[in-house]
Design a protein around this ligand. Structure first.
Ligand code: GLN
Length: 199
């Protein structure tokens, strides 16, 4: 397959960081703001940002239904932080009536780590990678419950949140609580690009 076109949802969030990593990995990385741009993508990244704002903007720009259709239709999609919330079938601690795009059979808790540990980073064992990933968490969610078809890729290794699920995969969908796009380590994106080229 020639370089895959991988979109980054670009109405809000840390779009540029994802575009840079994907471009460095040899993908054709494009910002997605409208349905026609989504239609050209082989895969999609939902970045970190503010999930409530992202869904509202997606509604305003008529992207919610096209996104749901592509995600349900098998387009490889990778959500980071707020993007994990967008991919979740169920959320806890959302604002009243907060919608998601869904697709991942998980329950995700927003801002799960609490105010004391708003932002932190640390090394995480990540399934399929031989050395720990440097993970940056910023007002991050965690996966409170995962359905039987969901593969857990990483959990918090220590501290009060020890054992909490922070990275998952279910078929063509991947999500991390943390922000691999802000670290210098491109291995998580590399595995997503691989998922796109394999499908
Ligand atoms: N707390 C944000 C939300 O609920 C997510 C934070 C992030 O993406 N860094 O959407």
């Amino acid at each position: 397959m020639p370089a895959p076109t991988i979109g980054v949802f670009a109405l809000q969030g840390d779009v540029r960081e994802h575009l840079r990593v994907l471009t460095d990995l040899g993908a054709r990385a494009v910002g997605v703001r409208r349905p026609s741009e989504l239609a050209a993508c082989h895969g999609l990244v939902l970045p970190g940002g503010e999930s409530t704002t992202m869904v509202k903007l997606a509604r305003t720009f008529d992207l919610v239904e096209p996104l749901r259709e592509r995600i349900a239709g098998g387009m490889p999609t990778f959500g980071t932080c707020a993007g994990m919330i967008l991919l979740a079938d169920r959320i806890l601690d959302g604002i009243a009536g907060q919608e998601t795009l869904g697709g991942l059979d998980v329950t995700v808790r927003r801002n799960a780590f609490g105010r004391q540990v708003d932002s932190f980073e640390g090394g995480l064992e990540f399934a399929g990678l031989d050395a720990p990933v440097q993970a940056v968490f910023i007002r991050a969610p965690w996966v409170e419950e995962a359905g039987p078809g969901v593969q857990v890729l990483a959990t918090v290794p220590a501290g009060p949140a020890m054992g909490r699920i922070v990275a998952v995969r279910e078929g063509h969908l991947m999500a991390t609580s943390f922000h691999p796009e802000v670290a210098t380590d491109d291995r998580v994106h590399r595995s997503f690009v691989h998922l796109v080229t394999q499908s």
